[in-house]
Write a protein that binds this ligand. Structure first.
Ligand SMILES: C[S@@+](CC[C@H](N)C(=O)[O-])C[C@H]1O[C@@H](n2cnc3c(N)ncnc32)[C@H](O)[C@@H]1O
Length: 285
């Protein structure tokens, strides 16, 4: 059974902000022109807002809303809220991607490094695409590294005799995301033309126990939450995990190489398509 999203620590997450932003800029580079001069954009699972700002940079006249269900992330993001230099506007609002349905037409719906936390997220695609303006785009990026040592070792440790009873069902399983072909099929079935690809980044991380530091901001958080009431147990788990990670990702003189596979999809709704969003969209602009 997939686990639910954990408590987030924006400061820990942002410790590797440069590496984490790279897939977002690569995703952005493949998004085609949007159908409106002053587009309406949603960033679903916006996190601390630092990449949401890049949407306002690319579309200076856009009205961009970052949605997230984590209060600490939204609080951090709100420092960027307000008018943008190009005449657009940026704001942030609570929303849960498991149930969120746009209540207005969007020209672009982006979700970066979020949908792996949303079980069954591909079932939401038809609703989201229906509410896109004609010619609008749904663009997403998810990690495809659930078989990487960082995640496999974490699952193995959580499933070991010592921890099994306390951590059963806490971690996401390897079916948290679809294959690239799976995304292509689901987006095509929803009537879109889709561009799907995968990339393995080799992040070169600085410092000691760099991979542990990275996963403390993301994949390890459900365990930190589950053991949060027992700091001695939490620290013991982290020490065991640190030991196996050091062996799996040895630090080199130039840093610790951390291969990280990611899956991308950019799906465009046909410009001529009628949908419930289309007619409302033109009127609502
Ligand atoms: C790894 S962060 C990515 C943040 C940002 N998109 C980025 O690229 O830096 C994942 C974000 O997804 C949010 N999230 C997870 N599950 C969610 C849900 N069901 N609804 C809305 N946001 C969710 C988390 O709160 C977190 O801010």
């Amino acid at each position: 059974m997939p686990a639910t999203a954990p408590t987030w620590d924006p400061a820990q997450y942002l410790r590797h902000a440069g590496h984490r932003a790279r897939p977002f800029t690569d995703l952005l580079a493949r998004i085609p022109d949007l159908p409106a001069d002053a587009p309406r954009i949603a960033d679903l699972g916006c996190g601390p807002g630092n990449v949401t700002v890049l949407l306002a940079d690319r579309w200076p006249t856009a009205r961009v809303t970052g949605y997230d269900n984590s209060p600490p992330m939204l609080e951090r993001a709100r420092q960027y809220a307000g008018p943008t230099p190009g005449g657009g506007h940026l704001d942030f609002a609570p929303a849960d991607a498991r149930t969120w349905t746009p209540d207005e037409p969007f020209d672009l719906l982006v979700s970066n490094a979020t949908l792996q936390w949303v079980p069954g997220h591909a079932d939401r695609f038809p609703d989201w695409i229906d509410r896109l303006a004609p010619g609008g785009t749904l663009a997403l990026q998810v990690p495809g590294n659930f078989d990487a040592p960082s995640h496999r070792l974490l699952r193995e440790l959580a499933d070991s005799r010592r921890w099994r009873d306390r951590l059963d069902g806490v971690l996401r399983h390897d079916d948290a995301v679809l294959t690239p072909e799976g995304y292509l099929a689901r987006l095509a079935a929803a009537g879109c033309t889709a561009d799907v690809w995968e990339t393995t980044y080799v992040h070169l991380l600085p410092g000691e126990d760099a991979v542990l530091d990275w996963v403390k901001g993301t994949g390890l958080r459900p365990v930190l939450d589950a053991l949060g009431g027992d700091p001695a147990a939490r620290d013991a788990f982290v020490e065991e995990y640190r030991t196996v990670l050091r062996a799996a990702y040895p630090a080199e003189a130039h840093g610790t190489p951390f291969p990280f596979r990611r899956v991308f999809a950019v799906a465009r709704k046909p410009a001529g398509s009628a949908g419930s969003a289309g007619s409302a969209g033109e009127a609502g602009r």
